[in-house]
Design a binder for this molecule. Structure first.
Ligand SMILES: Nc1ncnc2c1ncn2[C@@H]1O[C@H](COP(=O)(O)OP(=O)(O)OP(=O)(O)O)[C@@H](O)[C@H]1O
Ligand SMILES: [Mg+2]
Length: 595
Protein backbone atom coordinates (compact mmCIF):
# COMPACT_ATOMS: atom_id res chain seq x y z
CA UNK A 1 0.00 0.00 0.00
CA UNK A 2 1.68 3.25 -1.04
CA UNK A 3 1.05 6.61 0.57
CA UNK A 4 -0.79 9.06 -1.62
CA UNK A 5 1.02 12.33 -2.04
CA UNK A 6 -0.16 15.71 -3.23
CA UNK A 7 1.72 17.15 -6.20
CA UNK A 8 2.83 20.67 -5.23
CA UNK A 9 5.56 22.95 -6.42
CA UNK A 10 7.38 22.69 -3.11
CA UNK A 11 11.15 22.54 -3.19
CA UNK A 12 14.02 22.32 -0.75
CA UNK A 13 15.72 25.69 -0.20
CA UNK A 14 18.16 24.92 2.60
CA UNK A 15 19.62 21.83 4.25
CA UNK A 16 21.24 21.60 7.66
CA UNK A 17 21.77 17.96 8.58
CA UNK A 18 18.37 16.51 9.41
CA UNK A 19 16.64 19.91 9.12
CA UNK A 20 15.46 21.04 5.71
CA UNK A 21 13.71 24.27 4.78
CA UNK A 22 11.28 24.31 1.88
CA UNK A 23 9.27 26.88 -0.04
CA UNK A 24 5.93 26.43 -1.75
CA UNK A 25 4.41 24.92 1.37
CA UNK A 26 1.57 27.40 1.94
CA UNK A 27 -1.20 24.89 2.74
CA UNK A 28 0.99 22.50 4.68
CA UNK A 29 0.04 21.67 8.27
CA UNK A 30 2.13 21.34 11.38
CA UNK A 31 3.43 17.79 11.86
CA UNK A 32 2.32 16.78 8.38
CA UNK A 33 4.42 14.02 6.86
CA UNK A 34 6.23 14.85 3.64
CA UNK A 35 8.53 13.05 1.25
CA UNK A 36 11.73 14.93 0.62
CA UNK A 37 13.89 14.73 -2.51
CA UNK A 38 13.76 12.28 -5.37
CA UNK A 39 14.35 9.39 -3.02
CA UNK A 40 11.27 10.47 -1.03
CA UNK A 41 12.94 10.58 2.39
CA UNK A 42 10.41 10.58 5.21
CA UNK A 43 10.09 13.96 6.93
CA UNK A 44 7.76 15.91 9.19
CA UNK A 45 6.83 19.59 9.15
CA UNK A 46 7.94 21.14 12.45
CA UNK A 47 7.62 24.87 11.69
CA UNK A 48 5.56 26.96 9.28
CA UNK A 49 6.00 30.56 8.25
CA UNK A 50 4.14 31.91 5.21
CA UNK A 51 4.85 29.49 2.40
CA UNK A 52 8.03 28.28 4.07
CA UNK A 53 8.20 25.10 6.07
CA UNK A 54 10.89 23.63 8.22
CA UNK A 55 11.02 19.88 8.01
CA UNK A 56 12.84 17.34 10.13
CA UNK A 57 13.95 14.43 8.03
CA UNK A 58 14.08 10.92 9.47
CA UNK A 59 16.68 9.71 7.05
CA UNK A 60 20.18 10.70 6.11
CA UNK A 61 20.17 13.86 3.95
CA UNK A 62 23.69 13.38 2.56
CA UNK A 63 23.90 14.41 -1.14
CA UNK A 64 20.58 16.24 -1.06
CA UNK A 65 20.58 19.57 -2.89
CA UNK A 66 18.46 22.72 -2.79
CA UNK A 67 15.78 22.51 -5.46
CA UNK A 68 14.93 18.91 -4.60
CA UNK A 69 11.16 18.30 -4.79
CA UNK A 70 8.90 17.83 -1.77
CA UNK A 71 5.69 15.86 -1.80
CA UNK A 72 3.09 16.27 0.91
CA UNK A 73 1.03 13.43 2.34
CA UNK A 74 -1.66 15.54 4.02
CA UNK A 75 -1.50 13.37 7.15
CA UNK A 76 0.50 13.49 10.38
CA UNK A 77 3.12 10.85 11.18
CA UNK A 78 0.99 7.89 12.16
CA UNK A 79 1.59 4.29 13.08
CA UNK A 80 -0.26 1.25 11.86
CA UNK A 81 -2.12 -0.61 14.54
CA UNK A 82 -3.30 -4.15 13.98
CA UNK A 83 -2.32 -7.82 14.25
CA UNK A 84 1.33 -8.49 13.44
CA UNK A 85 2.85 -5.83 15.69
CA UNK A 86 3.88 -8.29 18.37
CA UNK A 87 7.22 -9.96 17.71
CA UNK A 88 8.12 -7.25 15.22
CA UNK A 89 11.24 -5.11 15.20
CA UNK A 90 10.82 -1.54 13.96
CA UNK A 91 12.91 1.53 13.42
CA UNK A 92 11.81 4.90 14.88
CA UNK A 93 9.17 5.50 12.21
CA UNK A 94 7.75 1.98 12.31
CA UNK A 95 9.54 0.53 9.32
CA UNK A 96 9.94 -3.17 10.08
CA UNK A 97 13.62 -4.00 10.19
CA UNK A 98 13.29 -7.67 9.19
CA UNK A 99 11.02 -6.64 6.29
CA UNK A 100 13.44 -4.04 5.09
CA UNK A 101 16.32 -6.44 5.36
CA UNK A 102 14.44 -8.99 3.29
CA UNK A 103 13.98 -6.41 0.51
CA UNK A 104 17.17 -4.43 0.43
CA UNK A 105 19.42 -7.20 1.65
CA UNK A 106 21.09 -5.12 4.33
CA UNK A 107 20.25 -2.19 6.60
CA UNK A 108 17.65 0.39 5.66
CA UNK A 109 18.12 2.00 2.25
CA UNK A 110 17.27 5.69 2.10
CA UNK A 111 13.73 6.41 1.05
CA UNK A 112 12.86 2.74 1.50
CA UNK A 113 9.13 2.30 2.00
CA UNK A 114 7.88 -0.89 3.54
CA UNK A 115 4.49 -1.30 5.14
CA UNK A 116 4.65 -1.53 8.92
CA UNK A 117 2.49 -4.66 8.82
CA UNK A 118 2.17 -7.44 6.27
CA UNK A 119 -0.98 -6.72 4.28
CA UNK A 120 -1.01 -10.09 2.54
CA UNK A 121 -1.03 -12.18 5.71
CA UNK A 122 -4.40 -13.67 6.67
CA UNK A 123 -5.53 -13.64 10.29
CA UNK A 124 -8.24 -15.80 11.80
CA UNK A 125 -10.90 -13.36 13.02
CA UNK A 126 -13.48 -14.32 15.66
CA UNK A 127 -16.38 -11.82 15.58
CA UNK A 128 -17.92 -10.74 18.88
CA UNK A 129 -20.71 -8.46 17.69
CA UNK A 130 -23.71 -9.05 15.45
CA UNK A 131 -25.71 -6.99 13.02
CA UNK A 132 -27.96 -4.54 14.85
CA UNK A 133 -25.63 -4.05 17.84
CA UNK A 134 -24.99 -0.46 18.83
CA UNK A 135 -21.27 0.10 19.30
CA UNK A 136 -19.06 3.01 20.22
CA UNK A 137 -15.34 3.79 20.21
CA UNK A 138 -13.25 1.16 21.95
CA UNK A 139 -15.93 -1.54 21.74
CA UNK A 140 -14.57 -4.94 20.75
CA UNK A 141 -15.66 -6.10 17.30
CA UNK A 142 -13.84 -9.38 17.52
CA UNK A 143 -10.51 -10.99 18.29
CA UNK A 144 -7.48 -12.39 16.49
CA UNK A 145 -4.97 -14.76 18.08
CA UNK A 146 -1.91 -12.69 17.34
CA UNK A 147 0.55 -14.95 19.16
CA UNK A 148 0.16 -17.74 21.70
CA UNK A 149 0.54 -15.07 24.40
CA UNK A 150 -1.46 -12.20 22.96
CA UNK A 151 -5.10 -12.21 22.00
CA UNK A 152 -5.49 -9.13 19.85
CA UNK A 153 -8.82 -7.35 20.27
CA UNK A 154 -10.13 -5.54 17.21
CA UNK A 155 -11.73 -2.33 18.47
CA UNK A 156 -13.92 0.39 17.05
CA UNK A 157 -11.47 3.26 16.43
CA UNK A 158 -11.64 6.40 18.61
CA UNK A 159 -14.23 8.89 17.36
CA UNK A 160 -16.38 6.25 15.64
CA UNK A 161 -19.79 4.97 16.80
CA UNK A 162 -22.89 3.54 15.21
CA UNK A 163 -24.97 0.44 14.58
CA UNK A 164 -23.41 -2.69 13.14
CA UNK A 165 -24.87 -3.22 9.69
CA UNK A 166 -22.87 -6.36 8.96
CA UNK A 167 -19.92 -8.20 10.42
CA UNK A 168 -17.67 -10.75 8.76
CA UNK A 169 -18.17 -14.41 9.65
CA UNK A 170 -15.44 -16.23 11.52
CA UNK A 171 -12.68 -16.76 8.98
CA UNK A 172 -9.35 -15.56 7.68
CA UNK A 173 -8.91 -11.97 6.60
CA UNK A 174 -6.09 -9.67 5.62
CA UNK A 175 -5.54 -6.34 7.34
CA UNK A 176 -7.27 -4.50 4.53
CA UNK A 177 -10.33 -6.73 4.14
CA UNK A 178 -13.53 -5.22 5.43
CA UNK A 179 -14.57 -7.08 8.56
CA UNK A 180 -17.55 -4.95 9.55
CA UNK A 181 -19.75 -2.18 8.30
CA UNK A 182 -21.29 0.39 10.61
CA UNK A 183 -24.09 2.85 10.09
CA UNK A 184 -22.73 6.00 11.67
CA UNK A 185 -24.21 9.50 11.91
CA UNK A 186 -21.81 10.41 9.07
CA UNK A 187 -23.00 7.57 6.85
CA UNK A 188 -21.85 3.99 6.36
CA UNK A 189 -18.31 3.12 7.41
CA UNK A 190 -16.22 0.04 6.66
CA UNK A 191 -13.86 -1.25 9.31
CA UNK A 192 -10.78 -3.43 8.85
CA UNK A 193 -8.33 -5.15 11.17
CA UNK A 194 -6.08 -2.11 10.69
CA UNK A 195 -6.23 1.31 12.39
CA UNK A 196 -3.88 4.26 12.18
CA UNK A 197 -3.04 6.77 14.86
CA UNK A 198 -0.86 9.91 14.90
CA UNK A 199 2.06 9.21 17.22
CA UNK A 200 2.28 12.63 18.84
CA UNK A 201 -1.27 12.44 20.12
CA UNK A 202 -2.23 10.34 23.15
CA UNK A 203 -5.03 7.86 22.44
CA UNK A 204 -8.23 8.66 24.34
CA UNK A 205 -9.24 6.89 27.53
CA UNK A 206 -12.30 7.08 29.76
CA UNK A 207 -10.45 8.00 32.95
CA UNK A 208 -7.29 7.57 34.91
CA UNK A 209 -7.54 5.28 37.92
CA UNK A 210 -5.54 4.56 41.03
CA UNK A 211 -2.60 2.20 40.80
CA UNK A 212 -3.17 -0.80 43.03
CA UNK A 213 -0.94 -3.57 41.72
CA UNK A 214 2.83 -3.85 41.52
CA UNK A 215 4.59 -4.68 38.30
CA UNK A 216 6.38 -7.76 39.51
CA UNK A 217 9.85 -7.77 37.99
CA UNK A 218 11.47 -10.72 39.76
CA UNK A 219 14.27 -8.37 40.86
CA UNK A 220 14.47 -8.35 44.65
CA UNK A 221 15.66 -4.83 45.25
CA UNK A 222 12.88 -3.53 43.03
CA UNK A 223 9.91 -5.66 44.06
CA UNK A 224 10.70 -5.69 47.76
CA UNK A 225 12.20 -2.26 48.36
CA UNK A 226 11.39 0.11 45.49
CA UNK A 227 8.37 -1.36 43.72
CA UNK A 228 6.88 0.00 40.54
CA UNK A 229 3.10 -0.03 40.19
CA UNK A 230 1.39 -1.32 37.07
CA UNK A 231 0.82 1.99 35.32
CA UNK A 232 3.69 3.65 37.17
CA UNK A 233 6.70 5.53 35.92
CA UNK A 234 10.31 4.95 36.88
CA UNK A 235 13.75 6.22 35.98
CA UNK A 236 17.04 4.35 36.11
CA UNK A 237 19.76 6.97 36.20
CA UNK A 238 23.33 5.76 36.21
CA UNK A 239 26.78 6.70 34.97
CA UNK A 240 28.63 4.90 32.24
CA UNK A 241 28.54 1.12 32.57
CA UNK A 242 26.61 0.99 35.85
CA UNK A 243 24.01 -1.47 34.55
CA UNK A 244 21.17 0.55 32.99
CA UNK A 245 20.85 -1.66 29.97
CA UNK A 246 21.18 -4.95 31.85
CA UNK A 247 18.52 -3.77 34.33
CA UNK A 248 16.16 -2.72 31.52
CA UNK A 249 16.71 -6.10 29.84
CA UNK A 250 16.00 -7.92 33.08
CA UNK A 251 12.74 -6.02 33.49
CA UNK A 252 11.73 -6.50 29.86
CA UNK A 253 12.34 -10.22 30.19
CA UNK A 254 10.78 -10.97 33.54
CA UNK A 255 8.11 -8.35 34.32
CA UNK A 256 4.59 -9.66 34.60
CA UNK A 257 3.23 -7.28 31.95
CA UNK A 258 1.07 -8.66 29.14
CA UNK A 259 3.09 -6.84 26.53
CA UNK A 260 6.53 -5.25 26.39
CA UNK A 261 7.57 -2.37 24.15
CA UNK A 262 11.33 -1.99 24.24
CA UNK A 263 12.72 1.19 22.70
CA UNK A 264 16.45 1.10 22.07
CA UNK A 265 17.03 4.78 21.67
CA UNK A 266 20.40 6.08 20.56
CA UNK A 267 22.38 3.33 22.25
CA UNK A 268 25.22 1.48 20.57
CA UNK A 269 24.28 -0.82 17.74
CA UNK A 270 25.85 -3.85 19.42
CA UNK A 271 23.61 -3.44 22.48
CA UNK A 272 20.57 -3.59 20.24
CA UNK A 273 21.98 -6.59 18.39
CA UNK A 274 22.23 -8.30 21.75
CA UNK A 275 18.53 -7.72 22.35
CA UNK A 276 17.67 -8.93 18.87
CA UNK A 277 19.73 -12.06 19.33
CA UNK A 278 18.82 -12.83 22.91
CA UNK A 279 15.10 -12.09 23.14
CA UNK A 280 13.89 -14.57 20.52
CA UNK A 281 15.64 -17.35 22.45
CA UNK A 282 14.28 -16.46 25.88
CA UNK A 283 11.22 -18.04 27.38
CA UNK A 284 8.52 -16.37 29.44
CA UNK A 285 8.86 -17.78 33.00
CA UNK A 286 5.08 -17.98 33.42
CA UNK A 287 4.02 -19.58 30.14
CA UNK A 288 7.25 -21.13 28.85
CA UNK A 289 6.60 -19.46 25.46
CA UNK A 290 9.22 -17.39 23.60
CA UNK A 291 9.37 -13.87 25.02
CA UNK A 292 9.10 -12.34 21.56
CA UNK A 293 5.50 -13.51 21.53
CA UNK A 294 4.74 -10.63 23.88
CA UNK A 295 7.40 -8.13 22.81
CA UNK A 296 7.71 -5.31 20.28
CA UNK A 297 11.18 -3.90 19.71
CA UNK A 298 11.98 -0.45 18.41
CA UNK A 299 15.59 -0.04 17.44
CA UNK A 300 17.08 3.34 16.86
CA UNK A 301 20.76 3.04 17.41
CA UNK A 302 23.33 5.81 17.69
CA UNK A 303 24.26 5.53 14.01
CA UNK A 304 20.70 6.19 12.82
CA UNK A 305 19.42 9.72 12.11
CA UNK A 306 18.62 11.84 15.18
CA UNK A 307 15.14 12.86 14.03
CA UNK A 308 14.08 9.21 13.91
CA UNK A 309 15.42 8.86 17.42
CA UNK A 310 13.32 11.81 18.56
CA UNK A 311 10.15 10.23 17.22
CA UNK A 312 10.92 6.62 18.24
CA UNK A 313 9.71 7.39 21.78
CA UNK A 314 6.29 8.44 20.46
CA UNK A 315 6.07 5.51 18.10
CA UNK A 316 6.74 3.15 20.99
CA UNK A 317 4.29 4.71 23.40
CA UNK A 318 1.53 4.79 20.77
CA UNK A 319 1.90 1.05 20.17
CA UNK A 320 1.72 0.61 23.95
CA UNK A 321 -1.47 2.69 24.19
CA UNK A 322 -3.13 0.58 21.52
CA UNK A 323 -2.63 -2.59 23.58
CA UNK A 324 -3.56 -0.80 26.80
CA UNK A 325 -6.84 0.11 25.09
CA UNK A 326 -7.43 -3.63 24.73
CA UNK A 327 -7.37 -3.87 28.52
CA UNK A 328 -3.77 -5.01 28.80
CA UNK A 329 -0.93 -4.17 31.14
CA UNK A 330 1.87 -2.88 28.96
CA UNK A 331 5.41 -2.01 30.01
CA UNK A 332 7.53 0.41 28.01
CA UNK A 333 11.30 0.55 28.37
CA UNK A 334 13.34 3.38 26.86
CA UNK A 335 17.13 3.11 26.76
CA UNK A 336 18.21 5.84 26.96
CA UNK A 337 16.07 8.94 27.44
CA UNK A 338 19.30 10.95 27.64
CA UNK A 339 20.15 10.02 24.06
CA UNK A 340 16.63 11.06 23.16
CA UNK A 341 17.12 14.41 24.92
CA UNK A 342 20.38 14.79 22.99
CA UNK A 343 18.43 14.31 19.77
CA UNK A 344 16.08 17.10 20.91
CA UNK A 345 19.11 19.26 21.62
CA UNK A 346 20.63 18.67 18.22
CA UNK A 347 17.37 19.32 16.38
CA UNK A 348 16.72 22.42 18.45
CA UNK A 349 20.20 23.78 17.67
CA UNK A 350 19.64 23.18 13.95
CA UNK A 351 16.33 25.00 14.25
CA UNK A 352 18.28 27.86 15.81
CA UNK A 353 16.07 27.91 18.89
CA UNK A 354 17.28 29.67 22.02
CA UNK A 355 19.06 27.08 24.13
CA UNK A 356 18.31 26.67 27.83
CA UNK A 357 20.30 24.66 30.42
CA UNK A 358 23.32 22.90 28.94
CA UNK A 359 22.10 23.56 25.43
CA UNK A 360 18.89 21.57 25.85
CA UNK A 361 15.79 23.25 24.44
CA UNK A 362 13.60 25.16 26.88
CA UNK A 363 10.86 22.63 26.05
CA UNK A 364 12.84 19.71 27.53
CA UNK A 365 10.75 19.50 30.75
CA UNK A 366 7.49 19.68 28.79
CA UNK A 367 8.66 17.02 26.38
CA UNK A 368 9.69 14.71 29.22
CA UNK A 369 6.39 15.33 30.98
CA UNK A 370 4.43 14.56 27.81
CA UNK A 371 6.22 11.24 27.49
CA UNK A 372 5.79 10.07 31.08
CA UNK A 373 2.19 11.33 31.21
CA UNK A 374 1.28 8.79 28.58
CA UNK A 375 1.87 6.13 31.22
CA UNK A 376 -0.75 5.35 33.85
CA UNK A 377 -3.52 3.00 34.93
CA UNK A 378 -6.77 3.75 33.15
CA UNK A 379 -10.31 2.73 32.42
CA UNK A 380 -10.39 2.25 28.67
CA UNK A 381 -13.13 3.56 26.39
CA UNK A 382 -14.80 0.16 26.63
CA UNK A 383 -14.63 0.15 30.43
CA UNK A 384 -11.74 -2.28 30.89
CA UNK A 385 -8.72 -1.74 33.11
CA UNK A 386 -5.48 -1.20 31.25
CA UNK A 387 -2.11 0.24 32.12
CA UNK A 388 1.18 1.47 30.75
CA UNK A 389 4.22 1.37 32.99
CA UNK A 390 7.19 3.38 31.75
CA UNK A 391 10.81 2.82 32.71
CA UNK A 392 13.32 5.27 31.28
CA UNK A 393 17.07 4.88 31.58
CA UNK A 394 18.94 8.13 32.10
CA UNK A 395 22.66 8.44 31.36
CA UNK A 396 23.89 11.59 33.12
CA UNK A 397 27.35 12.60 31.88
CA UNK A 398 29.93 11.70 34.52
CA UNK A 399 27.20 10.07 36.61
CA UNK A 400 26.24 13.51 37.93
CA UNK A 401 22.54 13.44 38.82
CA UNK A 402 22.29 17.23 39.03
CA UNK A 403 22.26 17.59 35.22
CA UNK A 404 19.03 18.71 33.48
CA UNK A 405 17.71 15.40 32.09
CA UNK A 406 17.95 13.59 35.44
CA UNK A 407 16.60 16.58 37.36
CA UNK A 408 13.61 17.15 35.10
CA UNK A 409 12.86 13.44 34.78
CA UNK A 410 12.67 13.27 38.56
CA UNK A 411 9.69 15.61 38.53
CA UNK A 412 7.63 13.32 36.33
CA UNK A 413 8.41 9.86 37.67
CA UNK A 414 7.51 8.35 41.01
CA UNK A 415 10.09 5.62 41.23
CA UNK A 416 13.81 6.33 41.19
CA UNK A 417 16.33 3.51 40.93
CA UNK A 418 19.65 5.25 41.39
CA UNK A 419 22.55 3.24 40.03
CA UNK A 420 25.78 3.79 41.90
CA UNK A 421 29.23 3.68 40.32
CA UNK A 422 30.91 2.55 43.53
CA UNK A 423 28.58 -0.42 43.82
CA UNK A 424 29.09 -1.25 40.15
CA UNK A 425 32.86 -1.04 40.57
CA UNK A 426 32.59 -3.44 43.49
CA UNK A 427 30.53 -5.69 41.19
CA UNK A 428 27.51 -5.31 43.44
CA UNK A 429 24.75 -5.81 40.83
CA UNK A 430 22.16 -4.53 40.31
CA UNK A 431 23.98 -1.41 41.48
CA UNK A 432 20.70 0.23 42.62
CA UNK A 433 21.61 2.18 45.74
CA UNK A 434 19.25 1.36 48.60
CA UNK A 435 19.62 4.74 50.30
CA UNK A 436 19.42 6.98 47.24
CA UNK A 437 16.52 5.22 45.51
CA UNK A 438 12.84 5.60 46.29
CA UNK A 439 9.39 4.48 45.26
CA UNK A 440 6.20 6.42 45.85
CA UNK A 441 4.09 3.34 45.04
CA UNK A 442 4.69 1.54 48.31
CA UNK A 443 1.36 2.58 49.83
CA UNK A 444 -0.60 2.02 46.62
CA UNK A 445 0.46 -1.59 46.35
CA UNK A 446 0.73 -2.50 50.04
CA UNK A 447 -2.70 -4.14 49.96
CA UNK A 448 -1.69 -6.34 47.02
CA UNK A 449 1.36 -7.53 48.91
CA UNK A 450 -0.58 -7.82 52.13
CA UNK A 451 -2.72 -10.52 50.59
CA UNK A 452 0.32 -12.55 49.59
CA UNK A 453 2.76 -11.85 52.39
CA UNK A 454 1.19 -10.11 55.37
CA UNK A 455 4.63 -9.15 56.67
CA UNK A 456 5.94 -7.55 53.43
CA UNK A 457 5.70 -3.97 54.71
CA UNK A 458 7.24 -4.86 58.06
CA UNK A 459 10.10 -6.83 56.53
CA UNK A 460 11.01 -4.13 54.05
CA UNK A 461 10.96 -1.39 56.70
CA UNK A 462 13.06 -3.44 59.07
CA UNK A 463 15.59 -4.35 56.38
CA UNK A 464 15.89 -0.76 55.21
CA UNK A 465 16.43 0.31 58.83
CA UNK A 466 19.32 -2.12 59.18
CA UNK A 467 20.84 -0.75 55.96
CA UNK A 468 20.42 2.85 57.12
CA UNK A 469 21.98 2.13 60.49
CA UNK A 470 24.83 0.38 58.74
CA UNK A 471 25.56 3.48 56.64
CA UNK A 472 25.82 5.58 59.81
CA UNK A 473 27.98 3.02 61.58
CA UNK A 474 30.29 2.85 58.58
CA UNK A 475 31.08 6.54 59.15
CA UNK A 476 32.32 5.69 62.63
CA UNK A 477 34.19 2.65 61.36
CA UNK A 478 35.98 4.85 58.84
CA UNK A 479 37.18 7.12 61.64
CA UNK A 480 38.08 4.67 64.36
CA UNK A 481 37.83 1.16 62.96
CA UNK A 482 35.26 -1.54 63.76
CA UNK A 483 36.88 -2.78 66.97
CA UNK A 484 35.50 -0.04 69.18
CA UNK A 485 31.91 -0.88 68.30
CA UNK A 486 29.96 -3.04 70.72
CA UNK A 487 28.72 -6.39 69.42
CA UNK A 488 25.14 -5.09 69.17
CA UNK A 489 26.35 -2.57 66.57
CA UNK A 490 28.71 -4.93 64.84
CA UNK A 491 25.72 -7.22 64.46
CA UNK A 492 24.16 -4.49 62.28
CA UNK A 493 27.27 -4.45 60.07
CA UNK A 494 27.22 -8.23 59.87
CA UNK A 495 23.53 -8.37 59.00
CA UNK A 496 23.82 -5.59 56.42
CA UNK A 497 26.54 -7.63 54.76
CA UNK A 498 24.22 -10.66 54.67
CA UNK A 499 21.44 -8.51 53.25
CA UNK A 500 23.72 -7.17 50.54
CA UNK A 501 25.24 -10.48 49.53
CA UNK A 502 22.27 -12.70 50.18
CA UNK A 503 19.42 -10.47 49.08
CA UNK A 504 20.24 -7.20 47.32
CA UNK A 505 22.70 -8.56 44.80
CA UNK A 506 21.14 -10.59 42.06
CA UNK A 507 23.03 -11.68 39.00
CA UNK A 508 21.31 -11.31 35.67
CA UNK A 509 23.36 -14.27 34.50
CA UNK A 510 22.56 -16.76 37.28
CA UNK A 511 20.08 -19.30 35.88
CA UNK A 512 18.42 -19.89 39.25
CA UNK A 513 18.42 -16.32 40.42
CA UNK A 514 17.82 -14.10 37.37
CA UNK A 515 14.11 -14.21 38.20
CA UNK A 516 13.10 -14.37 41.87
CA UNK A 517 9.40 -14.94 42.54
CA UNK A 518 7.70 -12.72 45.15
CA UNK A 519 7.30 -15.79 47.40
CA UNK A 520 11.00 -16.62 47.23
CA UNK A 521 11.92 -12.98 47.86
CA UNK A 522 9.87 -13.04 51.04
CA UNK A 523 11.15 -16.46 52.14
CA UNK A 524 14.77 -15.32 51.92
CA UNK A 525 14.17 -11.94 53.54
CA UNK A 526 12.12 -13.46 56.36
CA UNK A 527 14.92 -15.90 57.12
CA UNK A 528 17.58 -13.17 57.18
CA UNK A 529 15.50 -10.93 59.43
CA UNK A 530 14.70 -13.80 61.79
CA UNK A 531 18.44 -14.26 62.08
CA UNK A 532 18.72 -10.56 62.88
CA UNK A 533 16.03 -10.56 65.57
CA UNK A 534 17.20 -13.71 67.26
CA UNK A 535 20.82 -12.61 66.89
CA UNK A 536 20.01 -9.35 68.69
CA UNK A 537 18.36 -11.30 71.52
CA UNK A 538 21.36 -13.57 71.82
CA UNK A 539 23.79 -10.70 71.98
CA UNK A 540 21.60 -9.09 74.64
CA UNK A 541 21.82 -12.36 76.51
CA UNK A 542 25.60 -12.12 76.39
CA UNK A 543 26.53 -14.29 73.41
CA UNK A 544 29.52 -12.91 71.53
CA UNK A 545 28.90 -11.95 67.88
CA UNK A 546 31.64 -14.25 66.71
CA UNK A 547 29.58 -17.25 67.89
CA UNK A 548 26.80 -16.14 65.64
CA UNK A 549 29.14 -15.53 62.75
CA UNK A 550 30.49 -19.04 63.09
CA UNK A 551 27.15 -20.80 62.83
CA UNK A 552 27.28 -23.30 59.96
CA UNK A 553 24.00 -21.97 58.52
CA UNK A 554 25.37 -18.49 57.76
CA UNK A 555 27.12 -19.38 54.51
CA UNK A 556 24.08 -21.28 53.34
CA UNK A 557 21.81 -18.31 54.07
CA UNK A 558 23.99 -16.04 51.96
CA UNK A 559 24.00 -18.57 49.15
CA UNK A 560 20.29 -19.45 49.38
CA UNK A 561 19.36 -17.10 46.52
CA UNK A 562 21.34 -19.14 44.02
CA UNK A 563 21.06 -22.55 45.71
CA UNK A 564 17.28 -22.73 45.72
CA UNK A 565 15.12 -21.86 42.72
CA UNK A 566 11.60 -20.47 42.72
CA UNK A 567 10.12 -23.96 43.04
CA UNK A 568 12.31 -24.90 46.03
CA UNK A 569 10.66 -22.86 48.75
CA UNK A 570 10.52 -25.93 50.96
CA UNK A 571 14.29 -26.16 50.91
CA UNK A 572 14.48 -22.57 52.11
CA UNK A 573 12.04 -23.57 54.87
CA UNK A 574 14.31 -26.46 55.83
CA UNK A 575 17.32 -24.14 55.94
CA UNK A 576 15.40 -21.76 58.18
CA UNK A 577 14.54 -24.64 60.52
CA UNK A 578 18.22 -25.58 60.64
CA UNK A 579 19.13 -21.99 61.38
CA UNK A 580 16.60 -21.90 64.21
CA UNK A 581 17.94 -25.05 65.82
CA UNK A 582 21.49 -23.71 65.63
CA UNK A 583 20.25 -20.51 67.26
CA UNK A 584 18.35 -22.56 69.86
CA UNK A 585 21.55 -24.37 70.78
CA UNK A 586 23.36 -21.07 71.16
CA UNK A 587 20.51 -19.64 73.19
CA UNK A 588 20.68 -22.59 75.58
CA UNK A 589 24.34 -21.95 76.14
CA UNK A 590 23.71 -18.34 77.11
CA UNK A 591 20.36 -18.77 78.84
CA UNK A 592 20.15 -16.72 81.94
CA UNK A 593 23.54 -15.12 81.32
CA UNK A 594 21.97 -11.95 79.91
CA UNK A 595 22.31 -8.66 81.67
N1 LIG B 1 22.15 -7.39 37.32
C1 LIG B 1 23.37 -7.64 36.84
N2 LIG B 1 23.92 -8.86 36.99
C2 LIG B 1 25.15 -9.13 36.54
N3 LIG B 1 25.92 -8.26 35.91
C3 LIG B 1 25.46 -7.03 35.71
C4 LIG B 1 24.15 -6.65 36.17
N4 LIG B 1 23.96 -5.36 35.85
C5 LIG B 1 25.07 -4.96 35.22
N5 LIG B 1 25.98 -5.94 35.12
C6 LIG B 1 27.34 -5.87 34.53
O1 LIG B 1 27.64 -4.51 34.22
C7 LIG B 1 28.00 -4.37 32.84
C8 LIG B 1 27.54 -3.04 32.31
O2 LIG B 1 26.13 -2.99 32.31
P1 LIG B 1 25.29 -2.16 31.24
O3 LIG B 1 25.78 -2.38 29.87
O4 LIG B 1 23.87 -2.48 31.52
O5 LIG B 1 25.61 -0.69 31.70
P2 LIG B 1 24.98 0.65 31.13
O6 LIG B 1 24.72 1.49 32.32
O7 LIG B 1 23.86 0.37 30.23
O8 LIG B 1 26.22 1.21 30.32
P3 LIG B 1 26.26 2.38 29.23
O9 LIG B 1 26.42 3.63 30.02
O10 LIG B 1 27.47 2.05 28.45
O11 LIG B 1 24.99 2.30 28.46
C9 LIG B 1 27.35 -5.58 32.18
O12 LIG B 1 28.04 -5.96 31.03
C10 LIG B 1 27.41 -6.64 33.25
O13 LIG B 1 28.63 -7.31 33.22
MG1 LIG C 1 23.52 0.92 28.23
Amino acid sequence: MTVETKPVAAVVTRISGPIVTASGMRDAQMYEMVQVGDAGLAGEVVRLQGDRATIQVYEDTTMMKPGAPIRRTGAPLSVWLGPGLVGNIYDGIQRPLPGIRARSGAWIRRGEKVDALDTSKRWLFHPRVKAGDTVSAGAVLGAVDETALVEHLIMIPPGVAGVVRSVAAEGEYTLLDSIAELDTPDGPRKLTLLQKWPVRQARPIRERIRITEPLITGQRIIDTFFPLGKGGTAAIPGGFGTGKTVTQHQLAKWSDADLIVYIGCGERGNEMTEVLREFPELKDPRSGRPLMERTILIANTSNMPVAAREVSIYTGITLAEYYRDQGRNVAVFADSTSRWAEALRELSARLEEMPAEEGFPATLPTRLAQFYERGGAVTTLSGERGSISIVGAVSPPGGDFSEPVTQHTRRFIRCFWALDSELANARHYPSIHWLRSYSEYVEDIAEWWGKRAADWGELRTEALKVLQREERLQQIVKLVGPDVLPDSQRLILFLAEILKNGFLTQSAFDEKDMYCSPERQMAILRMILTLYRRGSDLIQAGAPLVKLQQLPCIQQIVRAKSSFGNDELEAIGTLETEMNSELDALAKEYEGKGS
